[in-house]
Design a binder for this molecule. Sequence first.
Ligand code: SF4
Ligand code: SF4
Length: 253
Amino acid sequence: MEKYDQYGLWDYVKGLKAEGLIRHWGFSFHDTADFLDELLTEHPDAEFVQLQINYADWEDEIVQSKACYEVAVKHGKPVVVMEPVKGGTLAGLPSNVRTIFEEVDKSASPASWAIRFAASLPNVMVVLSGMSSMEQMEDNLSFMRDFKPLDEAENAAIEKARITFASIDKIPCTSCGYCVPGCPMEIRIPNIFRVMNTYKVYGQLAVAKREYNFARGSSSASDCIGCGQCEGACPQHLPIIDLLAEVAEVLEA
Ligand code: SF4
Ligand code: SF4
């Protein structure tokens, strides 16, 4: 927000609209619902917001899909959804979640559940779905051409899937970041644990490795020298050194 103010980006984009070079302006957002509320209060002329919304992260404390969506509704801003399939993660589901969906509709693809969830929200204007093959394009068209919002039984299945995901054992890191500043190797510990948790829940190794390479920056879990600084700073008392070793074994192999 400081940079946007410092470089006059709000005025810049409004100027483009005044010149007729763009028709509408809004912004993409990756932060807390409270901060979104602050932004939309200060910039009530924004015409839309682009949010990360997917059913698995709907009530996630970090992504805050639902809370951010509700803030957009409160301010009367239509939502453009990004990452409805969670970077492709929800396109390949663990068997216990797949079964929940198949009990309701055998023929619907896992991606269709994710995209239809986002598109069924009343305040959603557009759902952006990254597609990398003709097959994915045809699948998306098959249920979006003649779109039907999720019905009661389908919403119940989504809720069941969400509960199943939430019950999977994960690293209980809260992303507070207290462990990071003192790390002599500058390891992005919470980012790395977040990727590892995604792997634990969805079991997609190739996707997790790709995300890990992005999330770790220039230091890897295997760079840890075991100094213990982070473990002393962690309010959750996590065995960070052992957990990083586990991550290195799985995601750097
Ligand atoms: S134990 Fe490893 S991760 Fe923790 S501060 Fe030291 S080098 Fe960094
Ligand atoms: S201090 Fe602990 S809980 Fe906080 S980010 Fe680091 S590992 Fe996670």
